[in-house]
Design a protein around this ligand. Structure first.
Ligand SMILES: Nc1ncnc2c1ncn2[C@@H]1O[C@H](COP(=O)(O)OP(=O)(O)OP(=O)(O)O)[C@@H](O)[C@H]1O
Ligand SMILES: [Mg+2]
Length: 229
């Protein structure tokens, strides 16, 4: 089943449409349950693509369908609802709310999805190995632990899709491997489709499909061998 379909997608940030486009008419079908590693040089358009899939920004031209629905047809309200209920996000700098505890960060994600069940937040924190640290604030957690909270926050609402933009970009190799193992295992178990944008060749070994963004166009890679920056 195709869960994300990208059709002739263009993004030009210039106000008047001038300047080099960040996405140049790219196409892609992503199937349910795929675990994708998206490589590409800095500035090649990876984060731009994620923002468009999340409906946080709109394409200059072309279409994105999520579970068969055109994001443009959903309107602003529909896109917000989709983001809250169907999508999970993980970022390089964790993006936890600093004034909320680990538990509250995860619980907020449930509240926004209209599923305010504290026991689900506690279970998600247990699943990522943070039992006993629920009441800590982000600045009382290590980078790896903060990323675990971010994973718990994404998986707790059982989303169809998780978009992870450089999830290990700010972690050492060993912590990065633990995080990739945890994240990909959790997605495999729940059938969640995972898209990771990354510079780290490690990620390759956890993926079922490897893509590369070159000048705003996505290309397929056949093996991990070619990923050597
Ligand atoms: N909000 C913005 N306004 C104007 N230009 C932007 C904006 N966001 C990104 N760009 C430009 O679009 C292009 C693609 O940027 P993008 O952030 O998608 O790259 P990336 O592949 O995620 O890079 P990195 O690996 O460094 O994160 C770059 O030329 C960038 O300067
Ligand atoms: Mg980026």
């Amino acid at each position: 089943m195709v869960i994300i379909r990208i059709i002739d997608l263009w993004k030009n940030y210039g106000e008047d449409g001038s300047g080099a486009p960040a996405l140049c008419g790219t196409n892609l079908d992503i199937h349910k349950g795929e675990i994708i590693a998206l490589f590409g040089k800095s500035g090649s358009g990876k984060s731009t693509l994620f923002n468009l899939i999340a409906g946080l920004d709109r394409p200059t031209k072309g279409r994105i369908e999520v579970e068969g629905r055109d994001l443009e047809d959903l309107g602003e309200k529909g896109r917000t609802l989709l983001r809250r209920t169907k999508l999970g996000f993980i970022f390089q700098f964790f993006n936890l709310l600093p004034t909320l505890t680990a538990f509250e960060n995860v619980f907020l994600s449930l509240e926004l999805a209209d599923r305010s069940k504290p026991e689900l937040a506690l279970k998600a924190l247990r699943d990522v190995g943070l039992e006993g640290k629920e009441q800590r604030f982000p600045n009382e957690l290590s980078g790896g632990e903060q990323q675990r909270v971010a994973i718990a926050r994404a998986i707790v609402k059982n989303p169809s899709i998780i978009l992870a933009d450089e999830p290990t970009g700010n972690l050492d190799t060993s912590t990065g491997n633990q995080i990739l193992d945890l994240l990909t295992r959790s997605c495999r178990e729940s059938g969640t489709t995972l898209m990771m944008a990354t510079h780290s060749p490690l990620t390759c070994h956890y993926a079922t499909r490897i893509l590369r963004m070159v000048d705003g166009v996505i290309t397929e890679e056949t093996s991990c061998e070619e990923i050597s920056h």
